[in-house]
Design a protein around this ligand. Sequence first.
Ligand SMILES: [Zn+2]
Ligand SMILES: [Zn+2]
Length: 138
Amino acid sequence: MKYSNREKNIYQNQPCQESFFCRNCGGVVSFSGAGTKHRNHCPHCLFSLHVDDLPGDRSANCSGLMEPIGIWIRKNQEWAIIHRCRRCGHLSSNRIAADDNPIKLMSIAVAPLATPPFPLERMTQILTDTEGGKNESD
Ligand SMILES: [Zn+2]
Ligand SMILES: [Zn+2]
């Protein structure tokens, strides 16, 4: 008896070679230059589509636009993007690709610093207090 796995999870075993237009910015997303097997987001605006539950499995039925909402650093110092689905709220983490827009990556990484949840004066106050706290220990 022979079993065929060829139709199942095909994108997990071989890279998808098609180019397509990004649904967010309209830019061409091609599969060359990514430096990764799985191109899972647009290199121009970094948006993704909610098509996978696990990377490459294409098993999600949502197909909502996934917004890049944050950057985190993996064990090996590699950057990864946190994507959040605008339709269902699903969160996923995706490795960055070699040709991702560096300005976009940086702007996502520093976005929280531009809008801190506390007044900046408070930080100045804490820093000043710390310096003033260097009292002689006698
Ligand atoms: Zn795009
Ligand atoms: Zn979704």
